[in-house]
Structure formats: C-alpha cells, structure tokens
Design a protein around this ligand. Structure first.
Ligand code: M1P
Length: 250
C-alpha cells in the first residue's frame, strides 16, 4: 500500500549517514523500499555536491522524490530543479562583507588543536563558516568536534554573531560537526515546506538529529506543518521510521 499524501523527510548527516561519510547500503535499500509506501525527501543543510557525495552520487536527484539542498534554497523534484535562491542578490555585498570580515577576525583569535584551510565557504544561499577549516582531514574533523564539545567554540561564536548582527535579518545555525551556517531569516529548513504544500501533502514527517534550539533541524522539527522525530544515528532512523510505519499500518 502506498500513501501518496504522506511524505517522510530526512536530514542527511548523522540521520541517514555517519558524519560527512557515505550512506551505507542497508540505509540505501531501506529508503528505496520506503519509497514504495510514501514519498521521500532529503532536506540537507549542505550543498548539492556534498549531498550527492554522501548519498551515493550525482543521480541522487533521481533516487528520491524531492532533494532539498542548502535547506531547500536549491530544490529538486523528480530529478528536475524547481527552486534556486541567491544569497548575494538577497542580502547585498555590503552586509555579507561585514559578516565575513567579522568571522575572519573572530576566527583569527581562536587557538584550536589545528587549523587548516577554507574557513569561509560562499554557497548560493548561505555562508558556511568553519573555524578548523573545511580542508581538514577526517581525523582533524573528529578532533575539532571533540574540542568543540568541551570548549563550546561554535556556541560562543554563534552568540558573538548574534550579538553583532542581531538586527541584520540573518540567522546562525550549528549544522554539522565543524561549522556554522549563516543565512537570511526564514531560509532555514522550513523553506522547503512551500514546495510540499504546493503538492498538497497531508502529513509530513521529518527526521533529524539537530532538532534542539540552535541546531539546523530545529525550525522544521517544531513547525506546525510537520511531525518531528529526533534521531541519534542512521540505525535509530531506521528504527523510528519502522515504528512510525507500523503505527500507521503501512
Ligand atoms: O549536517 C549538515 C551540515 O553539514 C556540514 O556540516 P559540517 O561540515 O560542519 O559537518 C555543512 O555542509 C553544513 O553547512 C551543513 O549544515
């Protein structure tokens, strides 16, 4: 039985894959089987390139009913692009440069276990700011993450950004393991819901790990239009989805 009016949406990192790693084959099979019962959407904070890397290749947009990259600011349905926003046009270079300068200055004052390269990644709909540098190795990523948990590097950075740019119409979110996302207010994961509302879904389940306040799954998890589920790992996602389907008799 397929419930066409129901959609299951998934965050990518930690929800479907281990941190910044490729999806495992049991999850790939599970998601494809799920598509015979309900529509399935990916809602990632990362750009499409990284989502494709993690979800098994460039055909990711054909393997799911919807793929929402950069919180849905870059949107695909049935393999075709249906949305694309532009941060630079929306905010203007003046404020963007102020934010970038502030971040670079703030990060220059930090002493971390190591620093590598690419501290600012300018994406089509968001700035991704990374104190350790995005070109770090997996081991350096894990080391930063442990250091961050102890020293609250990103939490303090986020608070400093909110203090400085509180009235600039920007939102700051801790998305993955090593970085912060900065985007216009409202350009969080709830942005993708407009596409699904247009397609008249009656029930929208969302599964994500960063659902607490300040995390990049928080707003969509809390949104009145969705039924939110907090998961802790890909295995937990499979468990909770299975329980939800059982509860629905699907
Ligand atoms: O989980 C989504 C996040 O994935 C990456 O985070 P990090 O590199 O810090 O683990 C980034 O692409 C980030 O923008 C995104 O929100």
């Amino acid at each position: 039985m397929e419930s066409k009016k129901m959609i299951f949406m998934f965050d990518v990192d930690t929800t479907l894959t281990p941190h910044r790693k490729r999806v495992e084959s049991d999850m790939e099979q599970f998601l494809q089987k799920l598509r015979s019962k309900v529509k399935v959407a990916l809602v990632g904070g990362s750009d499409l390139h990284k989502i494709a890397e993690q979800m098994g290749g460039d055909d990711v947009i054909d393997k799911f009913d919807y793929v929402f990259a950069e919180n849905g600011l870059v949107a695909f349905k049935d393999g075709k692009q249906i949305g694309q926003e532009n941060l630079q046009k929306h905010m203007g270079d003046d404020i963007l440069q102020k934010v970038i300068n502030f971040c670079l200055h703030y990060m220059s004052q930090l002493t971390l276990p190591v620093k590598r390269g690419t501290f600012v990644e300018f994406r089509s709909s968001m700035l991704n700011i990374c104190p350790v540098g995005r070109s770090c190795s997996q081991a350096e990523r894990d080391e930063f993450s442990a250091y961050d948990q102890e020293h609250k590097i990103r939490e303090k950075f986020k608070a400093a950004l909110e203090k400085e740019f509180g009235n600039a119409g920007l939102q700051f979110a801790i998305g993955g393991q090593i970085s912060l996302d900065i985007f216009p207010v409202g350009w969080n994961k709830t942005f993708c819901l407009q596409f699904l509302e247009k397609d008249s879904f009656e029930t929208m389940h969302f599964f994500g790990d960063k659902t607490a306040k300040g995390g990049n799954d928080h707003e969509i998890f809390e949104d009145a239009r969705t039924i939110g589920h907090t998961v802790t790992s890909p295995a937990d996602t499979i468990k909770q989805v299975t329980e939800t389907l059982n509860g629905l008799g699907l």
